[in-house]
Design a protein around this ligand. Structure first.
Ligand SMILES: [Mn+2]
Length: 300
């Protein structure tokens, strides 16, 4: 399998540490954009996040290590080429690529692109890990049966995933339509709304929302991370910004605890919309990805 030229490699790791054969983690850029509804440009997100990653420190003071060493390196693959493949064909393309990588024992980090990219990746992981939980971090529940006539809209990503995996846990939701609220009640989807979390609803019983969420997950977890889970003051560059999001520290602390107590088998980040003049959003997301890899492989 071919690997990107040095300028397009996550963290700009040298050859020794970005070789596909040895790396346990692979970065898969998935610049898919077809149904974005508000701001456009998420197709440029993978490239901008990888570019921003050049400026990350390789050493992580919290884990006291250079994270890429824990994983025997991190390889970056060429971006998925959609070549006119949309909707179900695009989902299938992503699924196939992720399956191929998982068959080679890789932990796959997919970088979108719009949330639609999570469908194929979640499908691949669900196939490999029966009983898998899907942890969905997002401002939106993405459970519309269809949006603007499209069943593969970013706004319907979780509705499609629900068709093959019922173990969905959603966190951070603060914007949805009545149909989605109804769907959640009817199907008893485990949804941790932002307002409930922020009002401290889970503190008495669980100590914190972190524990409440983790307790609701099975052993193996696939994480789909919509960047608008974070507050738009932190990530102003988003397709559909929603106030009342989560901060950096509480998010990172949560992911660390999650990785220690469960097995994260893969993840994606999606919906970033690189926007001039901001550079901190893509840098923040690059750092989130790197830290998440560190948490998964250190399990502390
Ligand atoms: Mn969203």
């Amino acid at each position: 399998m071919s690997v990107q030229n040095p300028a397009d490699i996550f963290l700009r790791l040298d050859k020794k540490w970005s070789r596909f054969e040895q790396a346990r983690v692979v970065i898969l850029p998935v610049p898919y954009e077809y149904t974005t509804s508000y701001g456009r440009g998420t197709a440029y997100a993978p490239e901008s996040i990888i570019n921003a990653s050049y400026y990350l420190e390789l050493y992580d003071e919290e884990l006291d290590t250079e994270i890429f060493r824990l994983t025997n390196g991190i390889a970056t693959l060429p971006a998925v080429h959609f070549d006119g493949a949309y909707d179900s064909a695009a989902v299938e393309l992503v699924r196939e690529q992720v399956v191929r990588l998982m068959e080679q024992g890789k932990l796959v980090v997919s970088i979108g692109g719009e949330h639609t990219i999570a469908i194929g990746a979640a499908q691949a992981h669900t196939h490999f890990y029966p009983g898998l939980s899907i942890l969905h971090l997002d401002a939106h529940s993405d459970l519309r049966e269809e949006y603007e006539g499209n069943r593969y809209s970013h706004a319907s990503a979780m509705a499609r995933i629900y068709e093959f995996n019922k173990n969905i846990v959603q966190v951070g939701i603060r914007s949805q339509c009545a149909e989605e609220a109804e769907f959640i009640k009817k199907n008893r989807i485990n949804t941790f709304y932002a307002y409930a979390v922020k009002q401290g609803r889970y503190n008495d019983k669980y100590g914190s929302w972190h524990n409440a969420v983790i307790d609701s997950l099975k052993e193996n977890v696939y994480v789909t991370f919509d960047c608008d889970f974070l507050d738009p003051s932190l990530i102003p560059a988003l397709g559909t910004p929603e106030p009342g999001g989560f901060g950096w520290d509480e998010t990172i602390a949560f992911l660390r605890k999650l990785a220690a107590r469960r097995t994260i088998v893969g993840f994606d980040v999606n919906e970033l919309l690189p926007a001039h003049p901001f550079i901190h959003p893509q840098f923040t997301v690059a750092k989130l990805i790197y830290k998440m890899i560190g948490y998964i492989f250190s399990k502390t």
